[in-house]
Design a protein around this ligand. Sequence first.
Ligand code: NAD
Length: 324
Amino acid sequence: MSYKNITFPQNSIFLVTGGAGFIGSNLCEAILNLGYKVRCLDDLSTGKQSNIDLFINNPNYEFVKGDVKDLDTCIKACKDVDYVLHQAAWGSVPRSIEMPLFYSLNNIEGTLNMLEAARQNHVKKFVYASSSSVYGDEPNLPKKEGIEGNLLSPYAVSKRCDEEWAKQYTKHYGLDTYGMRYFNVFGRRQDPNGAYAAVIPKFIKQLLHGEKCKINGDGKQSRDFTYIENVIEANLKACLAPSSAAGQAFNIAYGGREFLIDIYYGLTKSLGIEAEPEFGQDRPGDIKHSNADISKAKQLLGYNPDWSFERGIAAAIEWYKANL
Ligand code: NAD
């Protein structure tokens, strides 16, 4: 079910950290479209000024340039806020293996600062980005909350620690926290550039520009690719979830399973391009298969995603064709 008829109390204020990034800017846009106020806190480390420029003339939008590693910044940003949607973090498994200390500071300390700031400001709900990487090497499919394996990267450690800290804030301070374990999100405004870009926007851009795409491994790895609209729905529904569901993390995915090689040929077909990929090494820290059991989010948050992979990829291709 779409989120477009969800209502919040009048004059509700949302804080979106990481709001200049891919998921955060889509959350800001959805909240503005629903008619509520949104404050975006972002240090622009991986986010883009263009994702702020989109909304800066909207009187319901406020941008604060700041770093979640700084507690005072977080406390000020949470003033008068009803709902926090905390997205600020650095992604990418391989980059986290190159810079573990930074991932600990940015992703764990940053989240802890935001939890503390939300507590001090009596925020109603704290919804935060976790990740499917917390399943580590757990081989069983579909992945189910409560059955996690050994963590495979500093990034996964950072997200697991965020979940543990959030649980503590629910348990000891009564802050309603909800962890969103996103599974490979894709859609409009996801950055196609750079060494750590996600595979779908990267392939679309490379194909449109006549460049060769490189698949790490044999292409037979599979993921539960999740369209951005489903992620927006999950975040907004978590803001209205009962306190009895707080202190937990939820799989946020579509519940499907796409193989990378099929995605590649699906993209070439949709774009009308004939090109073969190049195959490289498997990436360290990556798992072979991942797909989600979403029944917990359905049951406790009322999450009911209506954007299948096929519907989402068609929309994403259209967006990149118009915007690249
Ligand atoms: P993104 O890089 O597009 O956005 C992250 C935003 O956070 C950027 O705008 C960046 O500038 C900001 N940021 C980073 N560190 C900050 C700091 N210290 N202070 C303030 N702002 C900071 O990434 P995204 O794909 O939109 O991811 C959003 C969240 O979702 C992240 O927490 C990420 O780990 C998580 N996640 C994403 C996916 C996915 O498939 N995109 C999957 C699992 C989890």
